[in-house]
Design a protein around this ligand. Structure first.
Ligand code: NAD
Length: 266
């Protein structure tokens, strides 16, 4: 199976680091023109765009806070100005503000819901409006557009001390599935990815040293994930190779969601 995303344009939110940066690189390597959205970190997003362009690809870094409607509208308008159309959205931006519920401020609750859930709503809405206007681009893709919502194993696994994050990802799952039900007949494909523990900035403390040993007890496959594990799946879900996959969440977690605590128990 050979995957080509030639002539397609992909927008990846939160592409200045981690999974977003890896997804942008992989999409570009598959032939897509890529918009790398960043929030505050312009330099790494611009450096990655320059690297993709130097390698013969097409990339552009565009700033914008996904939780702000005006920023999102501008981000998508600038994408169309630069590349003329949009075929793929990877709604990836996310953050954590951890605390036990009794100590959690309303501000930290609102920040996480705004970026992780409302941000995905605003980006999906902007993308679907464009996909509807464009329709199917014959010879480019069988779908009129594809959205990949970056969720987490915590759309399924409750996570004490992270109630805002787990609630946001539970919301992402139903946003994704409901949207898939709503727009599939327009041949827009909506899917999600639920990563387990992937080595990035968001979970550095949990994936290094003694903490990594503890973490590995929760991962039957016996290793922490790499950005490429997720990036390769993003490319597949964005391509016609997965054309009949609609409204699904792909868990990329080394088996973390298999209740590994039950091994030898129960
Ligand atoms: P990361 O911190 O490297 O990436 C998060 C990205 O989101 C950053 O680039 C950040 O700038 C961006 N972002 C934050 N607030 C934003 C805003 N308001 N507007 C636009 N962008 C914003 O961490 P990551 O691990 O690469 O996380 C990417 C996604 O994967 C997140 O949605 C996260 O919840 C999810 N995820 C990660 C893991 C993991 O183990 N790393 C596991 C499950 C889910």
């Amino acid at each position: 199976m050979q995957i080509s995303l030639q002539q397609q344009v992909a927008l990846v939110t939160g592409a200045s680091s981690g999974i977003g940066a890896g997804a942008a690189k992989a999409l570009a390597a598959a032939g897509a023109a890529v918009v790398l959205n960043y929030n505050s970190q312009a330099a790494p997003a611009e450096a990655l765009a320059a690297q993709i362009n130097a390698a013969g690809g097409q990339a552009l870094a565009i700033g914008g806070d996904v939780s702000k409607e005006a920023d999102v509208e501008r981000l998508f308008a600038q994408t169309l100005d630069a590349f003329g159309h949009l075929d793929i959205l990877v709604a990836n931006s996310g953050l954590q503000k951890d605390a036990n519920l009794v100590d959690m401020t309303l501000e930290d609750w609102n920040t996480v819901i705004s970026v992780n859930l409302t941000g995905q709503f605003l980006c999906a809405r902007a993308a679907v409006r464009i996909f509807n206007r464009q329709g199917i681009r014959e010879g480019v893709s069988r779908a009129a557009g594809k959205i990949i919502h970056m969720s987490s194993v915590h759309q399924l696994i409750p996570w004490a001390g992270h109630v805002n994050y787990a609630a946001s990802k539970g919301g992402v799952e139903m946003l994704m599935r409901t949207l898939a039900q709503e727009v599939s007949e327009q041949r827009i494909r909506i899917n999600g990815i639920a990563p387990g523990a992937i080595r990035t900035a968001i979970n550095r403390a949990a994936t290094e040293g003694a903490a990594e040993k503890e973490l590995l007890k929760l991962i039957p496959y016996g290793r922490v994930g790499d950005v490429e594990d997720v990036a390769n799946a993003v490319v597949w879900l964005a391509s016609d190779a997965s054309d009949y996959v609609v409204g699904s969440t792909l868990f990329i977690d080394g088996g973390m969601s298999l209740y590994p605590e039950f091994r030898g128990n129960g």
